[in-house]
Unconditional design. Structure first.
Length: 285
């Protein structure tokens, strides 16, 4: 039986590329929404899901901070993908004859220089690869797409310009999700580790300062800290955190113990190997 990994988007999307690069042995399954990708894993139809969680330019991916804690899935890995966009058109099209460029709102925002220089009108699409498929279906030389290189191969489009993103350092971090199981022990996870968790502070003065103090005093490097409101409770704030280390490591164990004193809820979302990308350069959120 072929094992599967689910992702949100259409074939040729960056999430599809991330699946193919990290898990070439698995069958990549496109899903219309993040919720659909989560459900495929929860139901057992797919073993894993590849979910974008943050981008070095656009910041966090909308809704994931809410969906992930509610999904009851577990983070078992991470993957960093350099993001590249090509300008695509139907065979025979040219940049000079085009009037529109279609893509996801983030892709359009990350390729402003090309759009301005070419005098194209940006049109928002639901998905980068989906915009490539639509351009192929419209068969109109005045309409172009900004999409990952894989989309050109899948939909039979010509590459009119390569790597047109404004910032060549543009990178998206993905997390790999699986059904919940026991967290790996430090003995099982011997190399550099990342621990992801959410917590809710008590609604008292200086609660966040006190909650985070243990990480500073114990020398635990926090690579991501994001806040979000819980429903309509404006006084209840949840925080999503990534830290370097394993909960069994003494510094992190002491920091988590101190965190318990100043929070009403702490839930670990996953303990997993740190990606090699982290050791290649300093990654902050």
């Amino acid at each position: 039986m072929v094992q599967k990994i689910a992702y949100q988007g259409e074939p040729g999307a960056n999430s599809n590329i991330a699946c193919m690069q990290m898990f070439p042995q698995l069958k990549s399954v496109p899903c219309a929404s993040f919720e659909d990708a989560f459900e495929l894993v929860s139901s057992g139809e797919a073993e894993l899901a590849m979910i974008p969680i943050e981008n070095s330019i656009a910041g966090r991916v909308a809704d994931i901070h809410i969906l992930l804690p509610q999904s009851h899935l577990q983070i078992v890995g991470e993957f960093f993908l350099p993001i590249h966009f090509d300008l695509l058109g139907i065979p025979g099209s040219t940049i000079e004859a085009a009037t529109e460029v279609h893509s996801h709102i983030h892709a359009l925002g990350q390729c402003r220089r090309l759009i301005r220089e070419a005098g194209l009108r940006p049109v928002i699409a639901g998905d980068t690869a989906g915009s490539a498929r639509e351009v192929r279906e419209w068969n109109d030389p005045t309409k172009l797409s900004l999409a990952p290189p894989l989309a050109a191969e899948i939909y039979g489009l010509e590459v009119l310009a390569s790597r047109v993103e404004d910032d060549p350092s543009n990178t998206t971090r993905f997390v790999v999700l699986a059904r919940e199981k026991e967290l790996p022990t430090r003995e099982e996870l011997t190399g550099p580790a990342v621990t992801s968790f959410v917590f809710r502070v008590r609604n008292v003065p200086s609660a966040l300062f006190k909650a985070l103090g243990g990480f500073a005093t114990n020398g635990v490097n926090m690579t991501r800290l994001e806040s979000y409101m819980v429903g309509d409770e404006f006084a209840a704030t949840m925080f999503m955190v990534d830290v370097e280390g394993h909960p069994e490591d003494l510094p992190l164990r002491l920091a988590l113990e101190e965190l318990d004193f100043f929070t009403t809820e702490v839930r670990i979302l996953g303990v997993y190997p740190a990606a090699e990308f982290r050791t290649a350069q300093t990654v902050t959120a």
